[in-house]
Design a protein around this ligand. Structure first.
Ligand SMILES: [Zn+2]
Length: 189
């Protein structure tokens, strides 16, 4: 059952809240919490056969569902959690100094302004790097180390974070979230 895509949950205002797995989506359907459906894809779940009728139960769930409560999570502009995996995807799996393709296990988290110099552990101050670049840069700023960032670190909004957080995102879910993501030009000056 692990191949079933995750469902994008919206609040009653139509703004994204979170990914839910199919079990949670099913329970929202059965408890009548769904206000409307907004996806173009349907996920067909097949249950067991009825002992009486021999008919197999089926439920079609939508790829994007809006629930009745308002979460205001998106509107409140909450900063999404900084996690290693989402950072790796934000930076395209590249070392932000030398451009080497990294595997997830090779990737290191680098503080652009070192923590010892007051740099924060926050989206705008961290990038993915390879081990040699991280070691070479050490406890210096990029200027001090004579290194240039390939792209500027940014703080994703919730829509971008939801895109980064789901590697098996469906096309309609991606399109929905992209409309809420700011256009970014990621070229370091
Ligand atoms: Zn590197």
């Amino acid at each position: 059952m692990s191949v079933i895509p995750r469902i994008l949950k919206l609040d009653a205002g139509g703004l994204p809240v979170e990914w839910v797995d199919w079990r949670e989506a099913v329970s929202l359907y059965f408890t009548d919490k769904i206000a409307w459906e907004a996806g173009t894809e349907k996920i067909l779940l097949r249950g067991g056969r009825s002992r009486d009728t021999g008919i197999r139960s089926e439920l079609s769930i939508d790829s994007i569902i809006a629930v009745r409560d308002r979460s205001h999570r998106f509107a409140r502009n909450l900063v999404p959690t900084l996690t290693r995996r989402e950072l790796f995807h934000r930076d395209g799996g590249l070392c932000m100094y030398c451009g080497t393709h990294l595997s997830f296990s090779q990737m290191q988290i680098e503080h652009v302004v070192p923590r010892s110099k007051g740099g924060e552990h926050a989206w705008r101050n961290v990038v993915s790097t390879c081990e040699p670049c991280n070691r070479y840069k050490d406890d210096r700023t990029p200027e001090q180390a004579g290194m240039k960032l390939l792209a500027l670190p940014y703080e994703p909004n919730l829509a971008e974070w939801l895109i980064l957080a789901n590697r098996r995102i469906l096309a309609d879910q991606q399109a929905f979230l992209e409309r809420l993501a700011p256009r970014r030009v990621r070229v370091a000056s």
